[in-house]
Design a protein around this ligand. Structure first.
Ligand code: SAH
Length: 221
């Protein structure tokens, strides 16, 4: 019995979820913890009903306000990379969106601190996580480009929107040994991994080309 199967979704959905997991494996995702959580978590609850039949396709889908729920592959990839540094206790997430990535993280890390600039998206995400009894996610309505300094330092920072450059405010919020995974760029974006190797040193790794919504400044109600 799936612990998240609160709406009693049937076997068809179980099969489509298994297909999604097989596709993630084909694309190189191999952390069993990530695969297991993504198999169990009901992604269809994070999408409007009109689109929920597409919830287990490996694709980004609109969630309103010109935003999208991230592609499962990219959620899996980013989570796997963060976990590679050891299980993070405190994670900062920039761009809550639907709350799907927050929920994946909530199952795998200690605490998730998630910042979203669009209030209605944040409210929906909060109620979805409550419905799933995931209680280790803390929400803030703000411009996440400034991070959440009062809650730092973080063992991991993950960002679901692409800034032109990594905001300088984020660096000091990363704990020593911590990892930040963030898309950077405009029309052409790359996924970067930044590891804080000492008090003053940050290693930068370029991972792959990606396509995220842009990081926007300010917050909207
Ligand atoms: N992982 C989320 C991705 C949502 S899309 C999901 O799968 O649902 C990216 C989100 O980042 C959007 O909700 C957008 O509003 C938010 N965002 C963009 N710029 C931001 C900023 N400066 N601060 C906080 N959130 C931001």
């Amino acid at each position: 019995m799936n612990k998240f199967d609160i709406q009693g979704i049937g076997m068809t959905s179980r099969r489509t979820r298994d297909r999604l997991i097989a596709r993630l494996v084909e694309q190189g995702i191999d952390d069993p913890r990530v695969l297991e959580v993504m198999r169990e978590l009901p992604r269809h609850l994070f999408i409007d009903e009109a689109l929920s039949h597409r919830a287990y396709e490996d694709t980004a889908l609109p969630i309103g306000f010109n935003q999208t729920i991230s592609q499962p592959y990219i959620v899996a990839k980013m989570t796997e990379i963060l976990l590679n540094g050891g299980r993070p206790e405190r994670v900062l997430e920039i761009g809550t969106g639907s709350g799907y990535q927050s929920a994946v993280l909530a199952c795998l890390v200690g605490k998730v601190f998630s910042v979203e600039r669009i209030l209605p998206l944040q409210k929906k995400a909060r109620s979805r996580l409550r419905e799933l009894s995931l209680r280790n996610v803390y929400f803030k309505h703000a411009d996440g480009g400034f991070g959440w300094p009062e809650k730092g330092p973080f063992d991991a920072i993950t960002c679901a929107a692409a800034p032109e450059q990594i905001p300088s405010e984020l660096y000091p919020q990363l704990a020593i040994g911590g990892r930040m995974i963030i898309p950077v760029g405009g029309d052409k974006q790359e996924l970067r991994l930044v590891i804080r190797s000492s008090d003053t040193e940050y290693e930068h790794h370029v991972l792959e080309g990606v396509k995220f919504v842009p990081m926007l400044s300010g917050s909207v109600v």
